[in-house]
Write a protein that binds this ligand. Structure first.
Ligand code: FNR
Length: 380
């Protein structure tokens, strides 16, 4: 913030807007409709995506005075990963749709700030290249759980070797939802970019394509769909991942207390309370709405992370006060990437962390650990 004041005195303004709505609007101007709606779009009518945002308005922060919050420590450790603030970059697939450097730019920006990045299985650069771009910075890997155990093991093995520590297993996307904005364009930008995605370049995946020519994209896409759609997975099978991953495992997409308890019983270390940013079940409950009951039920046994709708520092304060150990941010950094690659992601992240820092301090708190429900009041 001080940097912005000083810049302003000499006539400079930030490279682009720090306002979340403005960011989306200018990404819209910059990107074609296909890439823009790939990010901005949601399932069905968009009701859940809207509910995700509205749910933050149901809680209001109650600021406290004279608490000596001039010096603050935002840092925290989640499942063995130290981070400068309780914030991670959510897994977002095929980022080359938004900028040619895609995940490489995101990894570099995340590394500059020490914010952990969660790399998607549907990334458009290889997991090894992204690891190299991120250097020593913390990195987690998100798994779309393939039906073929050989492909699954191959991907897990590569991720382990490339230094990804935690595994985030996304459960809510065993098939893509009805997403009108993408369907209207036959998923064209997505399909064009997906040919370079991680499973496509995986040796075990390629081995399964032996009978079709290397460059036969339609065949490869069919195999991809087969590999990731309509799974027959059950809670018992989490044991397979447990056996084949050394670090912590988190299950992403939990929205029901009973599922959170099943995750605990399955022996994972964390969950992500998420509805995929409203991109899967149209009409589903807002993610923030279910956070308190889930945190109450299992927060002592596993680390509860949260996503879907985080846009501002106040949103982070509210989610942490309601029981989240940390939050994941999706669309905002994707818009930053669309704006300026590494510089854009960095700008969005720095702005969000600064906003969180100031909101935390001005509401009377010195660290995220001091936040609890006393910091909030339900809106009447
Ligand atoms: C996603 N998300 C996602 N999740 C995941 O587990 N693997 C993935 O490959 C993707 N891909 C993806 C692409 C795009 C364009 C978006 C917007 C989202 C979901 C993501 O991790 C996260 O749950 C939501 O983005 C959180 O909601 P907000 O922050 O976008 O409101």
């Amino acid at each position: 913030q001080n940097e912005i004041y000083l810049q302003g005195l000499s006539g400079g303004v930030p490279p682009f807007t720090t306002d979340p709505d403005g960011l989306e609007a200018s990404a819209r101007e910059r990107l074609g409709p296909g890439p823009f709606w790939y990010v901005a779009g949601a399932a069905g009518s968009g009701a859940t995506a809207a509910a995700n945002r509205e749910a933050f308005d149901d809680w209001r922060i109650v600021p406290r005075m004279l608490t000596d919050a001039t010096t603050r420590h935002l840092g925290t450790t989640v499942l063995g990963t130290a981070m400068p603030a309780p914030v991670l970059l959510a897994p977002v697939g095929v980022q080359s749709i938004l900028h040619p450097d895609g995940e490489l730019a995101t990894a570099r920006a995340a590394a500059e700030l020490g914010v952990p990045m969660i790399l998607s299985t549907a990334a458009s650069h290889s997991l090894e290249d992204v690891a190299e771009a991120g250097g020593d910075s913390p990195r987690w890997f998100q798994l779309y759980w393939p039906n073929d155990p050989e492909v699954c093991l191959s991907i897990l093995d590569r991720a382990k070797k490339a230094g990804y520590t935690a595994l985030v297993v996304t459960l809510d996307t065993w098939t893509l939802a009805w997403r009108p904005h993408d369907l209207d364009r036959a998923y064209l930008p997505f399909l064009r970019a997906v040919g370079t995605a991680i499973p496509f370049t995986d040796p075990a995946f390629r081995a399964g394509l032996e009978k079709s020519p290397e460059d036969d994209l339609p065949m490869a896409i069919l195999r991809w769909v087969h590999l990731f759609t309509g799974t027959d997975k059950s809670w018992d099978q989490v044991a397979f991942l447990r056996e084949n991953w050394d670090g912590p495992i988190l299950l992403k997409g939990i929205q029901h207390v009973d599922d959170a308890r099943k995750a605990v019983d399955a022996g994972v270390e964390g969950i992500v309370v998420s509805n995929h940013g409203g991109r899967q079940v149209d009409g589903a409950v807002a993610s923030l709405e279910v956070l308190p009951e889930i945190a109450d039920a299992v927060g002592e046994q596993v680390d509860v992370l949260f996503d879907s709708g985080i846009r501002t520092g106040a949103d982070i304060v509210k989610a942490v006060a309601l029981g989240a150990k940390a939050v994941l941010v999706g669309r905002p950094f994707a818009y930053g990437l669309a704006h300026g690659g590494q510089v854009g992601v960095r700008h969005v992240l720095r702005s969000l962390l600064a906003d969180f820092d100031l909101t935390l301090g001005l509401s009377g708190h010195r660290s995220p650990a001091e936040l609890n429900r006393d910091a909030l009041r339900a809106r009447r």
